[in-house]
Every structure is written in structure tokens, then in C-alpha cells.
Design a protein around this ligand. Structure first.
Ligand code: NAD
Ligand code: IPM
Ligand code: MN
Length: 363
């Protein structure tokens, strides 16, 4: 059956890693005889430049008519001085809200071959397998009022951290459901010693836990969680947390794998199309050089195949192909000290495609 995929390359390295993804998807369609139809849309800085707004109506409608959305990244210095609601990032936030993508899954998977790429010791990272379930459409990112008022010494800036019981309930339930599927445990991360929203969060966790009597769960304060992720990441299985904490903890957790260029994500709603994107940004410092690591985006394609299309064989083959290229010693610049052997984005993508083709043709 035909699958419609909206492709939003965005800014900086976004187009480079999206190219990698469409090449791999095209190879999957050839190998498994699927039809993937790509429709491109502008989001972020490119959209500001082409139509004066970070989330054009046309882009939103392309996404709504699709079975899944693939996003590169948005943002960059060119647009950094624009007012908050005109920035590229506002386009991404608007898209998450419009598609009601409240559940953001950020798995942290360790590849044995990458042990030495991580700044953490081998014995700390071996066997880590955790997923951060981040609330994505509430909290500080969306709360009102959000404003600047007053002038000079009197000037103040306001952001609002607000969560409704309903918003907390649905993400916490997702957290428990994931823990159930993985046969694991849940850690709910909050700041209940200070924040009222976190105290409500804890109450709701206690209530939802009653629906999952067989799942063990605990609460952890976010500052401690940030430390524990480095001290002993193996203690975690599923972490459920609010929007801002999840943003920060997932960048931190990426270093367990060795690079921010490795971590994928899936953002899901109750029933509409999901959005799949690397957790990293537009990396202006390396944009245009052709050296970005495409693996976070290719792993996001694995998540798309799994969650949007239920193509489990295809997802497994791609995930194994990524593992194979790493086992064979192929590295992009972010994963090695040895500049001479580092592969470009295009070369790394070709290695993954070769490994995938071999795997599927032989099996
Ligand atoms: P960043 O994630 O873009 O980059 C942080 C560092 O990681 C940089 O040194 C970069 O070179 C490196 N890096 C990131 N992805 C990489 C990859 N695939 N391969 C190799 N190295 C990689 O974060 P930043 O520099 O703080 O933000 C830059 C811009 O990106 C900002 O405008 C920010 O708002 C935006 N951003 C967008 C998203 C998104 O679209 N989802 C996410 C994060 C940041
Ligand atoms: C991410 C990014 C975004 C976020 C920004 C670009 C709005 O950092 O996807 O992690 O904070 O959610
Ligand atoms: Mn982030």
C-alpha cells in the first residue's frame, strides 16, 4: 500500500540528513516493493525566507494529509534575532501542537562498536537501554502568559509553566504502557520539591500507577536524574518527564551513545500522523560541509517504519544495517578522532544502504 511521507528538511544540516533518509527509504521501497510518496514542505528558517512565516499553511496541510512526517532540523544564526513568535523554532512548536504530538519517544541505545566514542567509561555504558518519554505539547514551551513588559530596570520577562491533569495523565499512561511492553520499570522525573506543576505530576503518576499494578515505578528529582544518567544510566528503563526536563535530559543522554548525531525520536499523537526527527539541531557549525552524522535520522526512519507503518521486518533490517556499518568501523567525524578515516554524510549513507541491501537480498 502507498505510504505518503511529508519531508520537511528545514535548515542547516537538516536537508543533508533528510537526503540520507529519503535515499534509504527509496532503497527499502525497492527491496520490499512498497510505494513511498515524498511530498516536500518548508518549515523553520527556509519557510521564513520563502513565505515570511515559520509554519506555512501549505506545510501544515501536507503534514495532515500524510501518513508520517520526517523532519531534519530548524533554526540557525540567520534567524536568531527575530522576535520569539517569528523564529524558526516556533514553526516546529506550532507543528507539534497542531498535530497534537504529545508523546515524544527518545530511545538511547548503545552500540557495542561505539563504546570508545562515549566520554563515559565502558563499564558505565555497556548494556544501557533506556527510553525517555517526553511530554511535548505543554509546560513552559506553551504556557501563557509569555511576555516582556516594562522598560529599563523595570523590565521583566514571563514564561508560564502550566500542566493540566489531563495532559499529565495521557503522557504518564504512555510511559507506563512503554514500561509494560518492554517488561521494565518506570522512573518519573520531576521537581516536586519546588514546582506546583510537579506536585500535580506526582499525584497523577500515583493514580495512573494503579492501572499498572505489575509495573514498578519510582519518582526522581530532575537534578538528581541528570547526575544519575552519568553515574549509572543502566538503572533506567523508561523515564517519563515533562517537556523542558525531557529536552535537556535527552541531549545529556545522547553522550552515553557517543554523539548527539546518534539519537532519534518519534513524536506521536493519539491517532494522527507521527513526526520522526533526530533530536539534534541544525548544527550551523558544520552545515554545508557534508560531514553530519545521518544515523540519528536513519534511526528515526526505523521508528517511522515501526510506529507509523508497522513494517517490523523493514525496521529491523535497517536497524541491523546501522549496527553492521558501525561494527565494520565506519564513522562520521563526530564519532572518531581520526579525521582521515571519517566518512562524509553521503558515504555513511551509502554504507548503510549497502549493508541493508546485502542483508535483505541474502535472507
Ligand atoms: P545542535 O544540536 O544543532 O548542535 C550541537 C552540537 O552537536 C554542534 O557542535 C553540532 O555540530 C553537533 N551535532 C549536532 N547534530 C550533529 C550530527 N548529526 N552530526 C554531527 N554533529 C552534530 O544544537 P545548537 O547548536 O544548540 O543549535 C543550533 C540550532 O538548532 C538552533 O537554532 C536551535 O534552536 C536548533 N535546534 C533545532 C532542533 C530541531 O529542529 N529539532 C533541535 C535542537 C536545536
Ligand atoms: C528538540 C529541540 C526543540 C525543543 C527546539 C528546537 C524547539 O531542542 O527537539 O529537542 O526544545 O523541543
Ligand atoms: Mn532539544
Amino acid at each position: 500500500m502507498k505510504k505518503r511521507i511529508a519531508i520537511l528538511p528545514g535548515d542547516g544540516i537538516g536537508p543533508e540528513v533528510c537526503d540520507a533518509a529519503t535515499k534509504v527509504l527509496t532503497e527499502i521501497s525497492r527491496l520490499y516493493k512498497h510505494e513511498f510518496e515524498f511530498t516536500y514542505g518548508d518549515l523553520g528558517g527556509v519557510a521564513i525566507d520563502s513565505s515570511g512565516t515559520p509554519l506555512p499553511e501549505e506545510t501544515l496541510s501536507i503534514c495532515k494529509q500524510s501518513d508520517a512526517v520526517l523532519l531534519g532540523a530548524v533554526g540557525g544564526p540567520k534567524w536568531d534575532t527575530l522576535p520569539g513568535d517569528k523564529r524558526p523554532e516556533k514553526g516546529l512548536l506550532g507543528l507539534r501542537k497542531e498535530l497534537d504530538l504529545f508523546a515524544n519517544l527518545r530511545p538511547v541505545t548503545i552500540y557495542d562498536a561505539l563504546a570508545e566514542a562515549s566520554p563515559l567509561k565502558d563499564e558505565i555504558i555497556q548494556g544501557v537501554d533506556l527510553v525517555i518519554v517526553r511530554e511535548l505539547t505543554g509546560g513552559l514551551y506553551f504556557g501563557e502568559p509569555r511576555e516582556r513588559r516594562g522598560v529599563g530596570e523595570e523590565e521583566v520577562a514571563v514564561d508560564t509553566l502550566v500542566y493540566s491533569r489531563k495532559e499529565i495523565e495521557r503522557i504518564v499512561r504512555k510511559g507506563f504502557e512503554f514500561a509494560e511492553v518492554r517488561g521494565g520499570a518506570l522512573t518519573s522525573v520531576d521537581k516536586a520539591n519546588v514546582l506546583e506543576s510537579s506536585r500535580l505530576w506526582r499525584e497523577v503518576v500515583e493514580e495512573v500507577a494503579k492501572e499498572f499494578p505489575e509495573i514498578s515505578y519510582s519518582h526522581m528529582l530532575v537534578d538528581n536524574a541528570a547526575m544519575q544518567l552519568i553515574r549509572n544510566p543502566k538503572q533506567f528503563d523508561v523515564i517519563v518527564t515533562e517537556n523542558m526536563f525531557g529536552d535537556i535530559l535527552s541531549d545529556e543522554a545522547s553522550m552515553i551513545t557517543g554523539s548527539l548525531g546518534m539519537l532519534p525520536s518519534a513524536s506521536l499523537s493519539q491517532d494522527g500522523p507521527g513526526l520522526f526527527e533526530p533530536i539534534h539541531g541544525s548544527a550551523p557549525d558544520i552545515a554545508g560541509k557534508g560531514i553530519a552524522n545521518p544515523l540519528a535520522t536513519l534511526s528515526s526512519v526505523v521508528m517511522m517504519l515501526t510506529y507509523a507503518f508497522q513494517m517490523t521486518d523493514e525496521a529491523q533490517a535497517l536497524s541491523e544495517a546501522i549496527n553492521d556499518v558501525l561494527e565494520n568501523g565506519y564513522r562520521t567525524a563526530d564519532l572518531t578522532q581520526d579525521e582521515k578515516t571519517a566518512l562524509s554524510t553521503v558515504e555513511m549513507t551509502e554504507k548503510v544502504i549497502d549493508a541493508l541491501t546485502k542483508k535483505v537480498v541474502i535472507s
